[in-house]
Design a protein around this ligand. Sequence first.
Ligand code: XMP
Length: 530
Amino acid sequence: TILILDFGSQYSHLITRRCREHNVYAELLPCTQKIKDLKWKPKGIILSGSPYSVYDNDAPHVDPEVFSLDVPILGICYGLQEMAWNMKGTVAKCDHREYGFAQLHLTKGSSTNAAVGALFEGLDQEMQVWMSHGDQLSAMPQEFHVVGTTSSAPFAAIAHDTKPMYGIQFHPEVTHSPNGKAIIGNFILRVCQCKPNWTMEEFIGKEIKRIKEICGPTGRVIGAVSGGVDSTVAAKLMHEAIGDRFHAIMVDNGVLRLNEGQTVYERLNKDLGVNLTLVDASELFLSRLEGVEDPEQKRRIIGNTFINVFEEEALKIEALAEMEAEKGGDRKGKIEWLLQGTLYPDVIESISFKGPSATIKTHHNVGGLLKDMKLKLIEPLRELFKDEVRALGRLLSIPTHLVQRHPFPGPGLAIRILGPVTREQVKILQKADSIYIEEIRNAGLYDQISQAFAVLLPVKAVGVMGDKRTCEQVIALRAVQSEDFMTADWFVFPAPVLRKISSRITNEVEGINRVTYDISSKPPATVEWL
Ligand code: XMP
């Protein structure tokens, strides 16, 4: 395992991903991690970048033990400065911040440290790299020498005279440094000599074994599924591990996509064999949502109602299982565990040394379940990034169209109906949305888009239909490309595709006479309208 110490750079999680792309397991921990509290010995350490300057009063610093562990260390940007700062080098503010492309010239041939060859093996002496920093090294730390320069950074890459310790001023983890992935690969595979054995095939075997051990021979697990990738993969994994002792619940909250409840039931239960109950609670949700316009209140109502419905259903399932146990079966009925499809980015967010980042929208709406039900949490995906979950899904024989599905928010269409939620509005939006997605699929564009959906605007526009003036509502279409949904670009459709979608929606969806396309990026907009 590679230990990545995070100083709060926006790119830290990318370092973790790059290591994993080389099939080496890497874990990101806050830079404040005490080495003596670490339960495992890393094969190598990477120090991330940071928005701080090492001389700031509140600058984050590593446990100096890191430097006596006797394992290879790679410092990236701030990581380099932190290393130098610990070794009495000098870091100075640049006259101007350096942000963007730079040309790195390697002088590794003159290095006194043979391991430097391994770090840059297979790479040309000149390469394009991506810089993003305000400080840079102005004098070498003791026992270090230069192995790479750029026109504005004389110490762009440095190495220890004898030990496998390196610092690079540029960011190898971003795709703008085309050789960055190779440099990280060389560091972890050649310098640290990690074995490339982090694969989803290995993961499945280990995780199923772990789940079996945690749950024991009788333990029961319950979990919510939504039809989304994460909950589907988590449910299938649980099913593989403990069969029918895992029970999934899907709650139809009345604001799902068109026919979603039934479709998901068929896929999960019929195709994947997961023990699943579909609860139609749409009446309850829609009655509680009636007349509500405020998006955060919509989220709260849906979150709380979900918890009520889920708990009630869980108790029913438990009562049935206990009856079964009383009849002399050897399986205990009590449910002890709650499955949650938490992914690694959520874990990273919660362990950041800065604390969780500011919440712009309250996205997580099932957090209340644990408090009330006294269940223990089981999170089989908490080490994985989204693309790893998708790979896992494929290995578990989940059909590709399910694994590649766009995300759908918990509060569903309620946050895509900009005015008050009513049954009629839900029907209009469901229909428009389904035409939109169908045409995106027909055009073969679905997999190029990260998320696409229709939004129902609370305005009436004038139109003309069959010589008659109409006054009807407006649909806005949204489609974005995004790596992690923190930022997003609007998708450029071929005009004929948009024309077809617009014409179908206005012809087939009663109550709509106008369609617009949203051309806003995130930031400054967000992906959802509410
Ligand atoms: P925003 O609108 O914040 O969306 O740019 C980023 C991603 O988060 C999804 N989203 C939600 N997901 N509950 C969810 O489960 C929510 O309340 C929620 N709000 C936004 C959004 O669909 C996009 O994928």
